[in-house]
Ligand binder design. Structure first.
Ligand code: RIB
Ligand code: CA
Length: 314
């Protein structure tokens, strides 16, 4: 293994964000410099508390945690309690974490950390609305060269939308922020619904995780039991799509995914298709290919990696 990858995570926990965090927090391949909460699945006060609880359960009180933006740059915040429950992390019994968030605003931390970094050094992993990333880029454009890559969960092409007929939740909540990120000129890797809907939390997969018998695996199985309820009913599927861990799984084992270089743009104009990710998969526009679009994944390898890494918490 080479030098651990300097990484900053931005998320809106969320049960799938939680599994993303558990996958990241005991990965020797990653040097996590900080984690920022954003308003998204539920309001910031809860995503920030959920972040602290999860990092405490994972035993990583060494990582500084921050609260970022409460809501989108332009539009009104839309939350998703109907998927994640009132706490945003239903399945986990809420407790008062010992870990306290830093006083510094998450966007200020992001700007400071990037300014202190070398060019192409920091990997950003956002798995909620992209507000914090976009705000940092707008406030301090000089940080862009410091970003090695942005590995994000968001968007949809063949799969259609999950919050409107044409938009995925993270992009829909803050389309203006997503537009800033898509135009930032740095390498972007996008894990949208086209690939996340191929990694479903079936009962057999949850049972395997529960069978690992440590606290993190128990908490994970309980959260995934709840997380799958809404999407199972909506899609008639066995379990729900495990969106956010795809980002970290790619960093740890990229060959389990198939990516294609495409132009990706975000609709910020039409109310009907607000937040739609226009993925030029067949290069019909001739526009610059600004992103790598994930379009396939080996689901068995994905869950094997996740289960293997969760077992290490034992
Ligand atoms: O559309 C799925 C995305 O929205 C995931 O990141 C989930 O956690 C929610 O944030
Ligand atoms: Ca999320």
């Amino acid at each position: 293994m080479g030098t651990p990858l300097p990484t900053i995570i931005d998320c809106d926990p969320g049960q799938d964000d939680a599994l993303m965090l558990f996958l990241a927090l005991n990965a020797p391949e990653l040097d996590i410099r900080g984690i920022i909460a954003v308003g998204g699945n539920v309001h910031l006060a809860k995503t920030a508390r959920n972040l602290a609880m999860l990092v405490e359960i994972a035993g990583r009180s060494d990582i500084p945690l921050y609260a970022g933006c409460e809501g989108p740059m332009v539009r009104k915040l839309v939350t998703a309690e109907y998927v994640h429950g009132e706490t945003g992390i239903n399945g986990l019994d809420v407790f008062e974490p010992e870990i306290k968030l830093q006083v510094q605003h998450g966007v200020d931390f992001l700007i400071e950390a990037l300014r202190a970094a070398d060019d192409d050094e920091i990997t950003l992993v956002p798995t909620g609305p992209l507000t914090n990333i976009a705000m940092a880029l707008n406030l301090a454009p000089d940080i862009a060269p410091k970003i090695k890559q942005i590995v994000l969960m968001g968007g949809a092409m063949r799969e259609g939308g999950n919050v409107t007929p044409s938009a995925e939740f993270n992009i829909y909540v803050d389309p203006h922020a997503a537009d800033v990120v898509m135009r930032c000129g740095r390498p972007i890797v996008i894990f949208g619904l086209d690939v996340t809907h191929k990694v479903m939390t079936t009962p057999a997969r949850i049972a395997k995780i529960r069978g690992l018998g440590n606290q993190v695996s128990e908490v994970s199985a309980n959260m995934l039991d709840f997380f799958g309820i809404h999407d199972s009913e909506k899609y008639g599927s066995l379990g729900g799509p495990l969106h956010d861990p795809c980002t970290i799984a790619w960093l740890l084992e990229p060959t389990m995914f198939e990516l294609k270089s495409c132009n990706v743009e975000v609709d910020t104009k039409s109310e009907l298709t607000m937040g739609h990710t226009a993925v030029d998969y067949w290069h019909v526009t001739g526009k610059p290919k600004n992103a790598m679009w994930a379009h396939d994944v080996d689901a068995e390898r994905f869950f094997a990696l996740l289960t293997e890494r969760l077992a290490l918490y034992g």
